[in-house]
Design a protein around this ligand. Structure first.
Ligand code: ZN
Length: 306
């Protein structure tokens, strides 16, 4: 089984993605002392104070087998995961939530297949280029905050290109990344080579990004040591939880399946309980981020949710 799983991760990380520019153990943290709500200027009233959520397609991954996700291949025909990115536009600043596949995968265009695992992936256009082609009032270089649900390679592709953002990261993921000991699979340290030297706020649990409760990072470890989900309070759409990788498939949620490569199975189940309680208590809509069938029904940028 170990060999099989190792091959899976070789495939997950895809040929050529693994950089050797590991994080040094003596890396000093660049914690921003300023709280997000202090850094930002006061918002205005009226339409400008609306919270907006923009959704982007930031890649696709096809798996020949989904057994590693704790789901038997015969239980669902789904083999494709979509890889989304999101920008939250708040009156006090902007936040990128999840960064998609590594930008290097956009060149050459088309599907790239790992010959060992058979896993294939493609990135048709980076979120950076997508933003440059839209007129939303911001681009990747002007975004104020970056938060990834976790440090797996398929969630952080934009990280190094967020040149003016403060990185909001849970301590478990930050420490694992800085230790560079390979304790978390599917991590490519080169994807953090720039962002690790930029202003960083290391979090110890839930965090209210703009101080008004409308954009909250919810600690949900287990998939990785610092996995988190995002809770939004949208005025018209209502409350919304973006799943990160708490679940990959609808079946995973319905039957509390834990992927075999999660770093802590029991912690994952505890996080599922925590997030499901939040969803139930708030009445939030819940989006499984990797759910391609759901994604097809969403409004993509330049459209938005508010
Ligand atoms: Zn993922």
């Amino acid at each position: 089984m170990g060999i099989k799983i190792n091959r899976l991760f070789a495939g997950l990380m895809l040929i050529g993605l693994i950089g050797l520019a590991g994080c040094s153990a003596d890396q000093t943290s660049n914690n921003a002392s300023d709280n997000a709500s202090d850094k930002a200027s006061a918002g205005s009233t009226g339409e400008a104070s609306q919270l907006k959520l923009y959704v982007f397609q930031c890649g696709e991954i096809d798996f020949p087998s989904i057994a590693a996700f704790g789901v038997d291949d015969v239980e669902t025909p789904v083999r494709r995961l979509v890889v989304p990115c999101y920008v939250i536009d708040h009156p006090k600043g902007s936040l990128l939530w999840d960064g998609g596949l590594p930008f290097s995968m956009a060149e050459p265009a088309g599907w790239q297949t790992d010959p060992d695992s058979g896993i294939r992936a493609r990135l048709q256009q980076t979120v950076k280029d997508q933003l440059l082609g839209l007129d939303l009032g911001f681009d990747l270089s002007s975004i104020d905050y970056a938060a990834f649900s976790h440090i797996h390679y398929d969630h952080v592709g934009a990280a190094n290109d967020l040149t003016n953002a403060t990185w909001l990261v849970q301590r478990g993921d930050y420490d694992a990344l800085m230790a560079g000991d390979g304790s978390v699979p599917a991590v490519d340290p080169s994807l953090f080579s720039e962002i690790k030297n930029r202003p960083t706020q290391v979090l110890d649990g839930d965090f209210d990004v703009f101080g008004d409760g409308r954009v909250q990072l919810i600690s949900a470890p287990g998939h990785t040591p610092g996995h988190q989900v995002l809770y939004l309070e949208l005025a018209d759409f209502g409350p919304l939880v973006l799943s990160g990788d708490l679940y990959h498939f609808r079946l995973s949620r319905a039957q509390r399946r834990v992927p075999v490569f999660n770093v802590d199975s029991a912690q994952t189940l505890t996080s599922m309980d925590k997030v499901e309680a939040l969803v139930a208590n708030s009445g939030a809509t819940f989006w499984i981020e990797h759910d391609a069938q759901l994604f097809e029904t969403l409004t993509l940028a330049p459209g938005f949710y508010q």
